[in-house]
Structure formats: C-alpha cells, structure tokens
Design a protein around this ligand. Structure first.
Ligand code: NAG
Ligand code: NAG
Ligand code: NAG
Ligand code: NAG
Ligand code: CU
Length: 172
C-alpha cells in the first residue's frame, strides 16, 4: 500500500510538472516543500492565530512536503480534530526534525503537547487538496530558482526521509 501511494504521488508530481509548462522539475519540487511557520519554525508563536494564519495564506496539494523544525523543548503529535481543538495531551509524539508527507487529501492536525504550548497556539491544521489543474495553471509563474538552491532543498529532504517514514508509520 505504501509503495502504491508513492507511485500515485509520483504520478501526480509528474502531471503537475507537465502542467507547469516550461518549469523545471526542480522548481516544482521546491514549491511543494513548506517549512511550517516559516522563520519561526515550530515553536510557541507570538499569538494563537499564527499557525492558522500561516496555513490560510496558501493552498496545499497532495505531494507537498511539510518540514517541522525546532530546538528547545517541543514535540509534534498528529492528533484528531477533537484533540486539536481541545489541546489534548496525547502520549504519542516525535522529536525534531520531521518531514511530513500527507498520504492522501484531507485534513491533518498537529499539536505540541509540552506544557501549555498548544493552548498558546502551537497547533496546526493542514488541509490537503487534490491537485486542481485550473488552480495550478492560474497560479503566477514562479521566479526561476537556481539549481544550487533546488539541490540543497532536495538533499535536505532526502536526508530527512527516515524521519518522514517513521512519522507516517506513527500517523497510521
Ligand atoms: C500574530 O503574529 C504575527 C507575527 O508577529 C503577526 O504578523 C500577526 O499580525 C499577529 N496576529 C494577531 C491576530 O495579532
Ligand atoms: C532548524 O532550526 C534551527 C534553529 O532554529 C536552525 O538553526 C536551522 O537552520 C533550521 N534548519 C532548517 C533546515 O531550517
Ligand atoms: C478536553 O480536555 C480536558 C482537560 O484535559 C478534559 O477534561 C476534557 O474531557 C476534554 N474534552 C474533550 C471533548 O475531549
Ligand atoms: C478547481 O479550481 C477552480 C478554480 O479555482 C474551481 O472553480 C473548481 O471548483 C476547482 N475544482 C475542484 C475539484 O476543486
Ligand atoms: Cu512546544
């Protein structure tokens, strides 16, 4: 099942690459990689809407990757919507860094279970859409990304793939 999902995701990436006429495969890969929270990373945010604001500014598609990076005392737990809403202190979580690749379209909920971090806004709801060709082709053209920076992003996620696998196993 895992390899079949990888194959489906792989096909979708190829289709998106074809739709983005003239864009290189390296550009497509890096546009699908998100550092959660941008420069803040995964941390107690300055206000409780920080991560919902971060997520609402963009549309995520199947095949995108999410990088959670933090230092200090935090963790990452994939939880149900009820536990996300209630900041429930679940017992299963993992440490930094984490690359999360959604296995299917839908909603995913994450919290930090340390102290009151979740109540203070360290929680993220992700909605993953199935690639929509109209939306993709309407998006503004990406500026060219140098092959050097694309390579760095690709190498980073290759190194972190072990964490991604263990996290997906945990999610199931
Ligand atoms: C939350 O913090 C971010 C980053 O400092 C800021 O851009 C945003 O306006 C703040 N939102 C609210 C509701 O205060
Ligand atoms: C992860 O976070 C640490 C501490 O904020 C930072 O030094 C490091 O550059 C980050 N790594 C990535 C790949 O963002
Ligand atoms: C929410 O969390 C509190 C405190 O942990 C707990 O008492 C309550 O039952 C939870 N509610 C739901 C709906 O899970
Ligand atoms: C695809 O995107 C178009 C334009 O944004 C929208 O009208 C349409 O409903 C979308 N289709 C799906 C299946 O999301
Ligand atoms: Cu935390």
């Amino acid at each position: 099942m895992g390899s079949r999902m990888n194959m489906i995701i792989g096909c979708l990436i190829v289709v998106v690459a074809l739709v983005l006429n003239g864009a290189s495969a390296a550009t497509v890969t890096s546009t699908g990689d998100y550092k959660v929270g941008d420069s803040l990373g995964w941390d107690v945010p300055p206000n409780t809407s920080y991560y919902s604001d971060w997520a609402s500014t963009q549309t995520f598609f199947l095949g995108d990757k999410f990088f959670f990076n933090w230092t200090g005392t935090h963790n990452l737990a994939g939880v149900s919507k009820a536990d996300y809403d209630n900041c429930t202190k679940v017992s299963s979580y993992i440490g930094s860094p984490v690359t999360f690749t959604p296995p299917s379209a839908g909603s995913y909920y994450f919290i930090c279970t340390v102290n009151d971090h979740c109540e203070r806004g360290q929680k993220l709801a992700l909605t993953i859409s199935t690639p929509n060709f109209t939306t993709v082709s309407e998006s503004p053209a990406e500026p060219p990304i140098s092959s050097a920076s694309s390579l760095t992003v690709g190498a980073l996620f290759a190194v972190l793939s072990t964490a991604a696998i263990s996290f997906q196993t945990y999610m199931i």
